[in-house]
Design a binder for this molecule. Structure first.
Ligand code: PGA
Length: 255
């Protein structure tokens, strides 16, 4: 049983228009019993263009709004970037930072990710800091070295009180979108290593991500180290997402 409040975040990636997002939110609201929000923080992270429609659709529901990235800069000549104040305008509370797809496709490096984390915290946004090893690093036995390195860089210079407020998502790159998650025991071991890498993370919430779905969520969430999930594919289906939220709820009431 964990003493940290569970968090389930849906990472919609590049799915849903502003119009279709409203429909999905309505389905999610119908599928999640409202009392779930007493026990679990549930966050939806749509694409930027759907933030406004999702903000409107979740009003009064207990769901929270998250973004998938943020600029490391406050404002200025950064074509195509979106700043923290712009996100706050929609009532955004969480921001995924350092997702492996941003690291791989947008070439985001540790230093920039650290700047994004600081930018979020400065504005009261809660960063969901994603770390994870590639298939090659995993096969070479470098998982702990890789993720603890990423997490130390991400939180470099961040005060302990801010570290405690942040959220970490351990997402093995080889598990994302593969249909096969890490084993609960292995994921918990890696998360324990992440927690001990940065002072304050023992009190922060650490999620698992990478093919979490209704079939494996209960076993993953039963691990005391795992406080929730960052859900990709399964978050696009209201029933699947609601079932994962339900597993998170049961995990805190089941000793
Ligand atoms: P997945 O994605 O659940 O589809 O594996 C998770 C993520 O990339 O955050």
């Amino acid at each position: 049983m964990t003493h940290r409040r569970p968090l389930i975040a849906g990472n919609w990636k590049m799915h849903q228009t502003a119009a279709s997002a409203g429909v999905l939110v309505a389905e999610i609201c119908a599928a999640i019993p409202p009392q779930s929000y007493d026990d679990v923080d549930v966050v939806l992270c749509p694409p930027y263009t759907a933030l406004a429609s999702v903000a409107q659709a979740i009003a009064g529901s207990g769901l929270h709004l998250g973004a998938q990235d943020v600029s490391a800069h406050e404002w200025g000549a950064y074509t195509a970037q979106i700043s923290a104040p712009m996100l706050l305008e929609f009532g955004t509370r969480y921001v995924i930072v350092g997702h492996s797809e941003c690291r791989a496709y947008a070439r985001q490096q540790d230093e920039e990710i650290n700047a994004k984390v600081r930018r979020c915290l400065k504005h009261g946004l809660i960063p969901i800091v994603a770390v994870g090893e590639t298939h090659e690093e995993h096969a070479a036995g470098k998982t702990h070295e890789r993720v603890t390195g990423q997490i130390r860089e991400a939180f470099a210079g961040v005060e302990i009180g801010d570290v405690e407020r942040a959220v970490v998502a351990y997402e093995p790159v080889w598990a994302i979108g593969s249909g096969t998650s890490d084993t609960p025991e292995e994921a918990a071991t890696v998360i324990a290593a992440i927690r001990s890498a940065v002072p304050g993370l023992e009190r922060a919430r650490c999620l698992y991500g990478g093919s979490m779905k209704p079939e494996n969520a209960a076993a993953l969430l039963a691990q005391p180290q795992i406080d929730g999930g960052l859900i990709g594919g399964a978050s696009l289906n209201a029933q699947s997402f609601a079932q994962i939220v339900d597993h998170a709820r049961k995990a805190i009431t089941t000793p």
